[in-house]
Design a protein around this ligand. Structure first.
Ligand SMILES: Nc1ncnc2c1ncn2[C@@H]1O[C@H](COP(=O)(O)OP(=O)(O)OP(=O)(O)O)[C@@H](O)[C@H]1O
Ligand SMILES: [Mg+2]
Length: 264
């Protein structure tokens, strides 16, 4: 087992009182496994994964447990309530995250080369030359043409789809055990979306990286995820093998979601 989440709960303190955002979320992910989280807007998908990384807003109260298996049989690391120092060591190195908007992960003022090599050096502790080689290899792996030359570009010099690829290259450069992708392709057109999902799948297969993929698109989950968690209003309405959920959805809410997918 790579990650085990038990009874995760998130509430926000607001001017009008305490607002629950996530209740009793439990699931587990094995090494290399792909899990989809689907559900309507506001159902708590993003806050759930942000809580794992210690990235929720200051007014959040997080309860429950999320244990990440220790490297090389070391004891699991509890992520909920962990010290900033512990979380910094996990983020980027063991759990990487990609978002809908690549500019949330990229610094607009720095060349791609600087951003990628610094990240690789920090987490892998390699020389500058090795870090550069690793960065170029990753850009090639996500199919950025003329990767070595493009390393010198700034984020704004890439198209939206290419920026997304750069962010994926950065996320996977340190070979994390878990990749969390929060609506990574929602802003892109369908062809680019498919290409990018395919690239992620290829890289994951090569490195046995687990994937937690958040989307409101059940079609994306069907193509990418062995298991699916369906959330509504901060709670899990059902979870299980993606195939089973598509063939025999247990919850009315899931049936409605499935009915909304255009048939191919
Ligand atoms: N800082 C905050 N203070 C109060 N409520 C918040 C805060 N951040 C998030 N929320 C609430 O938490 C709930 C869950 O939000 P979340 O972003 O996880 O939804 P989501 O499922 O990712 O939706 P979407 O599909 O639109 O991205 C929402 O009701 C949101 O308004
Ligand atoms: Mg979200």
């Amino acid at each position: 087992m790579l990650l085990r989440v038990d009874n995760l709960a998130i509430e926000f303190a607001t001017y009008s009182g305490t607002v629950p955002a996530v209740r009793d979320l439990s699931f587990a992910t094995d090494h290399g496994e792909s899990v989809g989280i689907v559900g309507e807007s506001g159902s708590g998908k993003s806050q759930s994964v942000l809580a794992l990384m210690g990235l929720v807003a200051d007014n959040a109260r997080v309860a429950g447990s999320a244990r990440l298996a220790g490297p090389d049989d070391a004891a699991p690391v509890e992520l909920i309530g962990a010290r900033a120092r512990v979380l910094r060591r996990v983020r980027g190195a063991r759990i990487a995250m990609i978002f809908q908007d690549p500019m949330t992960a990229l610094n607009p003022h720095l060349r791609i080369a600087t951003q990628m090599t610094e990240l690789v050096r920090t987490h892998l502790g390699v020389s500058k030359r090795e870090a550069t080689e690793r960065a170029v290899a990753m850009l090639e792996a996500v199919r950025i043409p003329q990767a070595a030359r493009r390393m010198r570009a700034y984020p704004h010099q890439f198209s939206g789809g290419m920026r997304q690829r750069v962010m994926i290259a950065m996320a996977l450069a340190c070979e994390p055990e878990l990749l969390i992708a929060d609506e990574p392709t929602t802003a892109l057109d369908v062809t680019v979306q498919d290409e990018i999902l395919e690239t992620i799948a290829e890289l994951r297969a090569a490195t046995n990286t687990a994937l937690l993929l958040i989307t409101h698109d059940l079609g994306v989950v069907a193509g990418q995820c062995a298991r699916t968690i369906v959330m509504q209003n901060g709670q899990v309405v059902e979870q299980g093998a993606t195939e089973r959920i598509f063939e025999q959805p247990a919850a009315t809410y899931t049936q409605d979601l499935l009915a909304a997918i255009p048939r191919l």
